[in-house]
Write a protein that binds this ligand. Structure first.
Ligand code: G6P
Length: 573
C-alpha cells in the first residue's frame, strides 16, 4: 500500500514530488507528506490528501525531495503518523511502503536505547536505525538496517546536507527513471513518465543511490549493472472522475487488449495452457472474480479447474507440477497474490501471470506473463481492467481448442460494449432499497462483481446470490424494500432464473434484468446485444452494473475514485 516518490535533479523538487504524489494517490489517500533537502531537511505533513499537502507546503527551492501518500496500517491517519519520518537527530528522513512485522521488538530495543518515538507507526523505526547504524557508507548502512527489518520494507530516504536520494526495495515496488539532469524514483512508473520513459525496476534486496545525473544499484554490498529500458506506461489525462472515463474507455480498451494479449500468448504460454492437467486461478477482489470466470470457461474446454482467493491458498491442497497456476492482478503488486505465487512455485506448479502493469513484481516472479493492455487504471474500483482480464482468460482458453478469436469478432464485441456502456440500471426511486445481485453459473460471477462494485464505492451493503440458491435461506431478506439486479445470459439456465424472478416479485421485490432473453418477466429489462459466443457475455453484462454503482456513489455525494478505507494496490497482508 502507499505511494512513495523521490527526486534529485535540476527542477524544483517540490513540484515533482507533489505532482507525483497526485498520480500515486490511488495507492492510498488517508494522509500525505513530503520532505526536501537543501542545507536542512524540511518536512511537511497533513492528515488530509495531497491537495491539502500542497496548501501547507511553501514555495521552497530544493533539488532533492521525497514524498508519501498513505494507507494506514500502524497508527491512525493523522499528520503525526504521516510520512516522512525523521530520525531522532534529524539526520535522515524516510518514506516507507509496507509493514515491518518485527516492529514491536525493534521499537522496544530502540526505546531501551533512549529513542523517543513521535508517531505510532512502524515506519519511524527505519529513520532511527539509519542514524544509529550510519557508518559513513550508505550502502553498508542500508544493508545493515534492512537485515534488521522483517516484512515488507521498501523505503526511500534523504540524508541531511545531501542532494542524493537513497532507496531500498523489499516487498513493494520501486521503479527508477533517468532523465536529462534528473532522476526520479516512485512506486509506479506513472509518476515518472511525465519526465522520462527510461526506467529500471528494482528487485527485492536491491539498494540504489541516485543524484541528478546517475543511479547506482547495489545488492549485498556489490554494485550491479542494471539496464534501463523504455516504459509505455503513461498517466491518463486529468479528469473529474476516472471511473467514468475508464468505463467509457472499455470499447477501446478491449481492442488494445486483444492486440496486447495476442502478442503475449507466445508459444511458451500456449504450451503451458495446452499441457495443463489442471488450472487454478488466484486473485483478490475483482481479480478473484475474473478467476471464477476463468474456472468456468477452462472447464468448458475440458480442463479441471478451480478459483481460489489468493489469501486462502493454505486450504488449496492439490497444487503440484501438473498444475498451471494463474495469478490475476491488475497492479501486479497485490501482496496476497504474490505470496500465493511463491507458494505455488515452491510446490512445483507452472505459473502464469495476467496483469496490466509491465514493470510490476508479478512479471518478475511468474514463469510467463500475459499483459492485458487496458491502459492505466486510476479509479480504485476496477472496471476496464476486469473486462480485459476476462478477455485474456477467454483467449487463453481458446489455446485448448482449434478456434481463435479474430479481428472481426473483437471489433463486434467492442461495438457491443459501446452500446452497453450507455446503459445504466440506476433509478432514483430505488435508491433506498436493499440491493440483491443475482445470477446463475457464469452470470453469478457477474452478480458477485456487481455487488462488490456497489459495496466498494457506495459504502452500502450489497451481496450476490445464486438464482437457484436464493430460496434456500437468503429469500428471508426479500420484501417490498428490495431491488434485485438479475443477470441472465445463458439459455440453459433461463427457466430457473425465470422462476427466481417470480419468487422475488411475489415477495414484493422490484426486478431489473440484464439479459439476452426477453422472457424473464422482470419489471424492467436491459437487453444485451447478441454476440457470437455466449462465453463472452460476462464482458458485456458487468458494464451496466459498473454504471449502476458509479451513479449510486455520485448521487450519494461520494468520490467513487477514492472509496472509504480502500486503496487500489494492496501491498500488505
Ligand atoms: C484491492 C482493490 C480491489 C482490487 C484488488 C486486487 O483490494 O481495492 O479493487 O480488485 O485489490 O487488485 P489487483 O491489483 O491484484 O488486481
Amino acid at each position: 500500500m502507499c505511494g512513495i516518490i523521490g527526486y534529485s535533479g535540476s527542477r524544483n523538487a517540490r513540484t515533482v514530488v507533489l505532482d507525483g504524489l497526485k498520480t500515486l494517490e490511488y495507492r492510498g489517500y488517508d494522509s500525505a507528506g513530503a520532505a526536501f533537502s537543501a542545507e536542512d531537511i524540511t518536512v511537511f505533513k497533513t492528515g488530509g490528501r495531497v491537495s491539502d499537502l500542497e496548501k501547507i507546503t511553501p514555495n521552497i527551492v530544493a533539488h532533492a525531495g521525497i514524498g508519501h501518500t498513505r494507507w494506514a496500517t500502524h497508527g491512525a491517519p493523522s499528520a503525526k503518523n504521516a510520512h516522512p519520518h525523521l530520525s531522532f537527530d534529524g539526520r535522515f528522513a524516510v518514506v516507507h511502503n509496507g509493514v515491518i512485522t518485527n516492529c514491536d521488538e525493534l521499537k522496544l530495543s530502540l526505546i531501551r536505547r533512549g529513542i523517543r518515538f513521535v508517531s505510532d507507526t512502524d515506519s519511524e523505526i527505519i529513520a532511527h536505525l539509519l542514524s544509529l547504524e550510519y557508518d559513513g557508507d550508505m550502502v553498508s548502512t542500508i544493508d545493515k538496517v534492512s537485515s534488521l527489518l522483517r516484512g515488507a520494507t521498501t523505503f526511500i530516504a534523504l540524508k541531511k546536507g545531501d542532494e542524493r536520494v537513497y532507496m531500498h526495495r523489499n516487498g513493494a515496488s520501486l521503479v527508477v527513471g533517468k532523465g536529462d539532469g534528473e532522476c526520479i524514483v516512485a512506486s509506479d512508473a506513472l509518476a515518472i513518465t511525465p519526465y522520462t520513459s527510461d526506467v529500471a525496476v528494482l528487485c527485492d534486496g536491491e539498494t540504489a543511490i541516485m543524484n541528478a545525473t546517475d543511479v547506482k544499484f547495489f545488492k549485498n554490498g556489490k554494485q550491479l549493472d542494471k539496464p534501463f529500458g523504455k516504459t509505455d506506461r503513461t498517466a491518463p489525462k486529468d479528469c473529474s472522475c476516472h471511473m467514468r472515463a475508464e468505463i467509457d474507455e472499455i470499447p477501446s480498451a478491449l481492442l488494445n487488449a486483444y492486440a496486447e494479449i495476442s502478442r503475449s500468448i507466445t508459444p511458451a504460454v500456449s504450451d503451458m495452457v495446452r499441457n495443463a492437467k489442471r488450472t487454478i486461478f488466484f486473485g483478490c477482489g475483482t481479480a478473484y472474480h475474473a478467476g471464477l470466470y476463468g474456472k468456468i470457461i477452462f472447464e468448458r474446454v475440458g480442463v479441471p479447474s478451480n478459483a481460489v482467493i489468493a489469501s486462502e491458498i493454505d486450504d488449496e491442497r492439490f497444487i503440484d507440477e501438473n498444475c498451471l497456476c494463474v495469478f490475476i492482478t491488475q497492479s501486479g503488486e497485490t501482496a496476497d497474490t504474490l505470496i500465493a505465487l511463491a507458494e505455488c512455485k515452491a510446490r512445483g506448479a507452472r505459473t502464469l501471470a495476467i496483469t496490466n502493469v509491465k514493470e510490476s513484481t508479478v512479471t518478475f516472479e511468474a514463469d510467463e506473463t500475459v499483459f492485458i493492455g487496458a491502459g492505466a487504471e486510476i479509479a480504485v474500483a476496477a472496471t476496464k481492467s476486469y473486462v480485459c482480464q476476462l478477455l485474456a482468460l477467454y483467449m487463453l482458453s481458446q489455446e485448448r481448442t482449434e478456434k481463435r478469436m479474430g479481428k472481426s469478432e473483437i471489433q463486434a464485441l467492442a461495438n457491443a460494449a459501446k452500446v452497453v456502456s450507455k446503459e445504466n440500471l440506476y433509478a432514483p426511486e430505488y435508491k433506498d432499497f436493499n440491493p440483491f445481485f443475482i445470477g446463475k453459473g457464469i452470470d453469478n460471477v457477474t452478480a458477485k462483481e456487481g455487488a462488490l462494485k456497489f459495496k466498494e464505492i457506495t459504502c452500502k451493503f450489497a451481496d450476490a446470490y445464486g438464482a437457484g440458491e436464493l430460496k434456500h435461506g437468503s429469500i428471508a431478506l426479500i420484501d417490498e424494500k428490495s431491488v434485485a439486479y438479475v443477470v441472465s445470459t445463458n439459455e440453459h439456465d433461463e427457466e430457473r432464473v425465470r422462476a427466481t424472478v417470480r419468487e422475488l416479485q411475489s415477495r414484493g421485490a422490484y426486478v431489473f434484468a440484464v439479459t439476452n432473453s426477453n422472457r424473464l418477466g422482470a419489471n424492467k429489462t436491459l437487453m444485451l446485444p447478441k454476440i457470437y459466443d455466449e462465453n463472452l457475455y460476462p464482458v458485456l453484462s458487468v458494464i451496466p452494473l459498473q454504471n449502476l454503482a458509479l451513479t449510486a456513489s455520485l448521487c450519494l455525494g461520494l468520490d467513487p475514485d477514492k472509496p472509504r478505507n480502500l486503496a487500489k494496490s494492496v501491498t500488505v497482508i
